[in-house]
Design a protein around this ligand. Structure first.
Ligand SMILES: *[C@@H]1O[C@H](CO)[C@@H](O)[C@H](O)[C@H]1NC(C)=O
Ligand SMILES: *[C@@H]1O[C@H](CO)[C@@H](O)[C@H](O)[C@H]1NC(C)=O
Ligand SMILES: *[C@@H]1O[C@H](CO)[C@@H](O)[C@H](O)[C@H]1NC(C)=O
Ligand SMILES: *[C@@H]1O[C@H](CO)[C@@H](O)[C@H](O)[C@H]1NC(C)=O
Ligand SMILES: *[C@@H]1O[C@H](CO)[C@@H](O)[C@H](O)[C@H]1NC(C)=O
Ligand SMILES: *[C@@H]1O[C@H](CO)[C@@H](O)[C@H](O)[C@H]1NC(C)=O
Length: 818
């Protein structure tokens, strides 16, 4: 979706649709239950006369409609999907077809096709957002996993996949119960280019490779039906549920000093597009087989993303071979007409441009849906052809065929309430938060021994957090375990809020300060919240809101014992004051940790879990945002304008905590058995592929083939190596091994380094684990030139494993041989 802010007000007026009100106003079990009656007419799943059916092609269902299932070839399961879809679409009149192009598809009773709600969300659990999902009566809740920015910090691919599997099981169960559709418009895979973005919490961070790997694992976890992962014919590969990678493309600005995503024109270079903005989408489609992509509101170099034929038809469908449908961000076709007045569009022009560009489905927030309401007149005006409509419907129904909307999928037919909020899923939610929490600072303070520190003062706006822990795109969780709930199981707690997230006054701080004076230990849980970072709300600075810093400093100053600071936030927070304060012994970052978050925090603080999470984002100092406007899309530094580079790849200044930072209660050391470099000759059959690198300022042709375009090379050469990770400390723990490549010297504007592989490993104290890597040379060492060609340079590259003093590095010499 998106945009419940943009028109939640609008929606409330029209439908009284309570659950779409931004979560921090409303979502309690009571309000969700109250909202149920309004939803009941628009669930995702199939109803006929009040009875739910788990599939369209149910003989009894047809009978109830006065029809015979066998008269409809689209229900003939012996036919291939394309033939069935052709039959279905071929039966509809033009007007009927058009009524299926909005997210609340109206169905065609005459031919047995039910209504269908396309819009559900499952970013980190089945969410209340969307027209097709509702909680209440039969399904009161679903498991709420950590927000994605935190889950990403685990750097554990199998965890990401497992979360997808759990969420899709709950989704399929809710579908069987008539409470959701089969299409989930998640995950959000926009790269975090700027730390101020309000939606950082929804994403896997700033590195396109990590974002892409997250997407592939989550999408595969959600979509894959066991045993069909490798089916070659992507038109028949079944889908457990359908996912959607969004928002395509170059979108990571919501509302910054009056610049809104609705009219923002992202001026981007082809180089940044290929290297950063579209890379996760490419991985999502090519490696994840995602069955949907959502285009974004913003323009890309002048053209609205949802009307950009190059982005949609050419790139997604032709180049990457998307097998799925393309959906608009909600009302983005309307935005083209009403807000942008793009090309002086009429409503019909906008519909024609979007459909020609390749947009299949229009999500509309209110009861005006551009596709549904203006396509007929657009056809009459010659701006849309019926064959374009047929094509869109074909893309849509292929996905529903694969997802078992027509036939259901046997393995999932019996999923129901017992498969939602299960013990396993709740454990997984807690485990995910535990694996991901990042230890930013530890000056011999953590873990706290609960036997030694029996009385703890617990302070701060999030000390008793419940709803704040589930962030946005949230559902109704099975339960909450707040920090207070969990910590109170270990020690006696004296709790003082101090102030709320806005912390507009320092007056309420005193009781917390007084309590800290007597405390054996002090735990402060502070940070951001949807009050200051969310969809449609970017930040202006990277500081804690209001008087929070003062609260923390005064409580720390007064504390008799050790002080632990826990930060809940999606985006980075400049906590220099705490990093440098000797009274604050430890800092943890807990993202928005989900329904079990408090337990995970307590497990880390009291040492039952040794933290292993790593920052998926650079934590800049606040001064960073004064150096460049949010509207500058460029990743590389701009010397003329004095803008620093963005993300760890291009920012060469001092950050507060770098990308990949994260400590442990133990220490790891790295070594490589074979300390020689790697020499890798690559045979080039066609010398026409060789080129002078355009980004090597003073290229001296010291090789017959100085660089080569990788798309044509199809290189199979692997860089294989093994790193020994030894736990040299006293406790068992997880380490995340980060592998970067560094370009040869002299390549202008190249990234400082780029992440090319990572692996999380568990190593017992005193033991060594050998971690093997085998990297495709062209994938690991390629560089995107200014021309947007992806090239491999001959010469000396480097592989660097880890960061700082403990890093192991070695050269990789590439020789392109003619
Ligand atoms: C849009 O079309 C739908 C379906 O025909 C109709 O129910 C709705 O009232 C229309 N909305 C407007 C604002 O015309
Ligand atoms: C760490 O603790 C020592 C001993 O209390 C103190 O001298 C030092 O300043 C602390 N360092 C930081 C960065 O807090
Ligand atoms: C960092 O990048 C800026 C911007 O390109 C450049 O002017 C500066 O010299 C660089 N500093 C270092 C230490 O490399
Ligand atoms: C070390 O690596 C080099 C280059 O890949 C290889 O030739 C050599 O056999 C390796 N040595 C050992 C002991 O594995
Ligand atoms: C390239 O050559 C020019 C002229 O010889 C020189 O001024 C410049 O510093 C060189 N640039 C690099 C990156 O070596
Ligand atoms: C990664 O996550 C999986 C799934 O939760 C878990 O079984 C595994 O132990 C984790 N790996 C590490 C090294 O922590």
């Amino acid at each position: 979706m998106d945009s419940y802010h943009f028109s939640s007000f609008f929606l409330c007026m029209i439908t009284g649709f309570l659950v779409l009100i931004p979560p921090y106003y409303s979502t309690t079990l009571a309000s969700a239950a109250a909202a149920t009656p309004q939803h009941a007419s628009e669930p995702g799943a199939i109803e006929t006369g009040g009875k739910n059916y788990s599939k369209v092609c149910d003989a009894a269902r047809f009978e109830a409609l006065g029809l015979r299932k066998d008269d409809f070839a689209y229900c003939d399961s012996s036919l291939p999907y394309p033939a069935r879809v052709k039959d279905l679409v071929g039966r509809m009149t033009l007007v009927e077809k058009i009524l299926q192009l909005g997210d609340r598809a109206q169905g065609v009773g005459r031919i047995g096709l039910p209504k269908y709600g396309w819009w559900s969300e499952a970013l980190h659990g089945i969410a209340v957002t969307g027209h097709a999902t509702y909680f209440g009566d039969v399904v009161p809740a679903a498991t709420s996993f950590p927000n994605v920015i935190l889950a990403a910090a685990s750097f554990n691919e199998s965890l990401w996949k497992k979360i997808g599997q759990a969420v899709s099981t709950e989704g399929r169960a809710m579908y069987n119960l008539g409470h959701t559709g089969l299409n989930f418009w998640s995950p959000n895979v926009n790269v975090v280019r700027d730390p101020r973005w309000g939606r950082v919490l929804e994403t896997p961070g700033e590195d396109p490779f990590v974002v892409g790997r997250y997407a592939v694992n989550f999408v595969r976890g959600m979509q894959d039906v066991e045993g069909t992962e490798n089916v070659q014919d992507l038109d028949s590969r079944p889908l457990k549920v359908s996912t959607c990678c969004k928002h395509y493309a170059a979108y990571d600005l919501d509302n910054w000093f009056g610049v809104s995503r609705l009219h923002f024109d992202a001026r981007v270079t082809e180089q940044d597009m290929v290297e950063t903005f579209v890379r996760p989408f490419e991985m999502c489609v090519k490696e994840g087989d995602a069955s949907s992509i959502m285009c974004s509101y913003n323009r890309v170099n002048g053209v609205p993303a949802c009307a950009d034929a190059k982005l949609l038809s050419q790139t997604l469908r032709n180049d990457w071979q998307l097998h799925g449908y393309i959906v608009s961000d909600c009302d983005s076709v309307e935005v083209m007409h009403e807000r942008l007045k793009w090309l002086g569009d009429t409503a019909e022009d906008a519909v024609g441009q979007a459909m020609k560009a390749g947009l299949d489905l229009d999500c509309g927030l209110g009861n005006l849906n551009y596709y549904e309401n203006y396509t007929l007149s657009a056809v009459a005006q010659g701006k849309v052809r019926e064959s374009d409509i047929d094509n869109a419907l074909k893309n849509l129904y292929m996905v529903l065929m694969r997802a078992g909307f027509f036939d259901n999928i046997e393995a999932y037919e019996n999923l129901g309430l017992n498969d939602i909020c299960t013990k396993e899923h709740i454990h997984l939610a807690a485990d995910a938060a535990r694996q991901a929490i990042v230890l930013l600072k530890n000056n011999l303070t953590l873990p706290l021994d609960p036997k030694k520190y029996k009385d703890v003062v617990l302070v701060g706006p999030h000390a008793k957090a419940t709803k704040a822990m589930i962030g946005n795109y949230e559902g109704i969780p099975c339960r909450y375990v707040s920090p207070l709930d969990a910590i109170a199981k270990d020690v006696r707690v004296d709790y003082h809020e101090g102030c709320d997230v806005h912390c507009r006054s320092s007056r309420s701080v005193r009781p917390a300060v007084e309590a800290a004076k007597k405390a054996k230990a002090t735990i402060i849980v502070a940070g951001l919240g949807l009050e200051v970072e969310r969809e449609e709300l970017d930040r202006n600075d990277l500081l804690l809101p209001g008087f929070q810093t003062e609260l923390i400093n005064r409580v720390a100053e007064a504390s008799a014992g050790p002080v632990v600071l826990v930060i809940m936030a999606g985006g980075c927070v400049d906590v220099s004051f705490a990093q440098n304060n000797p009274k604050i012994g430890a800092i943890l970052w807990a993202g928005y940790p989900g329904q079990e978050g408090g337990q995970a925090i307590a497990d880390v603080i009291f040492g039952r879990h040794n933290p292993g999470g790593r920052l998926p984002l650079t934590w800049y100092k606040n001064e960073y945002v004064d150096a460049l406007p949010m509207t500058s899309m460029q990743l590389r530094p701009n010397d003329q304008l004095g803008y620093p580079g963005r993300t760890y790849k291009f920012f060469n200044g001092t950050s507060l905590y770098p990308f990949g930072h994260g400590m442990s209660y133990t220490q790891f050391s790295y070594s490589r058995k074979n300390d020689s470099g790697i020499f890798l000759p690559i045979k080039v059959d066609n010398h026409h592929l060789c080129k002078l690198p355009s980004d090597k300022a003073n290229a001296t042709v010291d090789s017959h083939c100085p660089s080569i375009s990788v798309d044509a090379l199809g290189c199979k050469e692997e860089i294989s190596f093994e790193v020994d990770v030894t736990n040299v400390g006293k406790v068992d723990g997880d380490d995340v091994v980060l592998v970067y490549s560094k370009p040869p010297k002299g390549v202008a504007d190249a990234p400082l380094k780029q992440l090319v592989a990572f692996q999380r490993v568990y190593v017992e104290s005193g033991k060594t684990s050998s971690v093997k890597f085998s990297l495709n040379a062209c994938k690991a060492l390629n560089l995107v030139e200014k021309t947007a060609y992806v090239v491999l340079h001959s010469g000396e590259h480097a592989i660097v494993v880890g960061d700082g003093d403990s890093a192991v590095s070695f050269p990789v010499e590439i020789e392109l041989q003619l």
